[in-house]
Design a protein around this ligand. Structure first.
Ligand code: ARG
Length: 246
C-alpha cells in the first residue's frame, strides 16, 4: 500500500510539472535600445518606438514564439543591461568591437555601416585627416566617441544624443560631428546647411548583443537572422526605412 501511494504521489508530481512548464507562456524577449537613431530606432509621431532594429527583433521574437518588450535607455547603458541579464538583446545599430566582445557576445552581423563626418557646408574639413586639432561632437559611448580619441589634438565633446551633437554643430560650438552614416543622412536631410564629408571615417558591422551566459539564445538569434536574410525579409525591412537610392 505504501509503495502504491508513493508511486501515485510521484505520478501526480510529474503531471503537475508537465502542466507548469508545458502550459506556461514563454518569457518575454527584452530588447534594450536607445531610440535616438533613425532609421534603426526612433519614435514615430505617436511616440511608438519603430525602426529597422525593432522590426528585426520583432521578427526574431515571432520566430521564437516570444513576446517582444522594448526598453529604451541611454546608449551606454545597453551593454550593461545585457551583461547583467536585465535585457536579452541589445539592438541599437551596435557595432561589433573587440572591446565590447570582452563583456558580451554578438550575433552574426545584419548590416554594414560607416562612421561619417558631418560639417557645415562652408567647412574646410574635407577628409578625416583634416580633423586634427578640431572640436568634434559625438554620442557618448559610441564608436564615434571611441575612435575619435585617436585623432591628434582633437577636443571631443560628448552628448547623450546624436541630435544634441548636431545642434551644437549648427550653433557653431563644434567643428564636426562623427556619427553613423544612416542617422547622418537623416540629420543632413533635415538641415540643409550641413553636409557629409565624402570619405568615411571607419567601416563597421552591426550585430545584436547577447549575454555570454546565453549561448542558446545566441544560436537561436543567429538562426533567425540567417532565415531573415535568406527569405529576403531583412532587405524588405531595410528598404522600408532606407530609400534605395542612397
Ligand atoms: N554604431 C555605433 C556604435 O555601436 C553607434 C550606435 C548608436 N546607436 C543608438 N541607438 N544610439 O557605437
Amino acid at each position: 500500500m505504501k509503495k502504491y501511494i508513493s508511486v501515485l504521489l510521484t505520478l501526480v508530481m510529474a503531471m503537475s510539472l508537465v502542466a507548469c512548464t508545458g502550459g506556461s507562456k514563454k518569457a518575454d524577449l527584452v530588447m534594450a535600445t536607445n531610440a535616438e537613431f533613425q532609421p534603426y530606432e526612433f519614435r514615430d509621431a505617436d511616440n511608438n518606438i519603430v525602426g529597422i532594429d525593432v522590426e528585426i527583433c520583432q521578427a526574431i521574437a515571432d520566430e521564437l514564439g516570444r513576446n517582444l518588450v522594448i526598453e529604451d535607455m541611454a546608449f551606454d547603458s545597453i551593454i550593461t543591461s545585457v551583461y547583467t541579464g536585465k535585457a536579452d538583446l541589445g539592438a541599437a545599430g551596435m557595432t561589433i568591437t573587440e572591446d565590447r566582445l570582452q563583456s558580451i557576445d554578438f550575433s552574426i552581423p545584419y548590416a554594414t555601416a560607416t562612421q561619417v563626418i558631418i560639417v557645415p557646408n562652408d567647412s574646410e574639413i574635407a577628409s578625416p585627416d583634416d580633423l586634427v586639432g578640431k572640436k568634434i561632437g559625438v554620442q557618448l559611448g559610441t564608436t564615434g566617441d571611441i575612435y575619435s580619441e585617436d585623432i591628434e589634438d582633437a577636443e571631443i565633446e560628448r552628448y547623450n544624443k546624436g541630435y544634441e551633437a548636431v545642434q551644437a554643430l549648427i550653433q557653431g560650438k563644434i567643428d564636426a560631428v562623427i556619427i553613423d552614416n544612416e542617422p547622418a543622412k537623416v540629420y543632413v536631410g533635415k538641415n540643409p546647411e550641413l553636409k557629409i564629408v565624402d570619405e568615411a571615417f571607419t567601416n563597421e558591422e552591426y550585430a545584436i548583443a547577447i549575454s555570454k551566459n546565453n549561448p542558446e539564445l545566441l544560436a537561436e538569434v543567429n538562426a533567425a537572422i540567417t532565415k531573415l536574410k535568406e527569405s529576403g525579409k531583412l532587405d524588405e525591412i531595410v528598404n522600408k526605412y532606407i530609400a534605395a537610392d542612397n
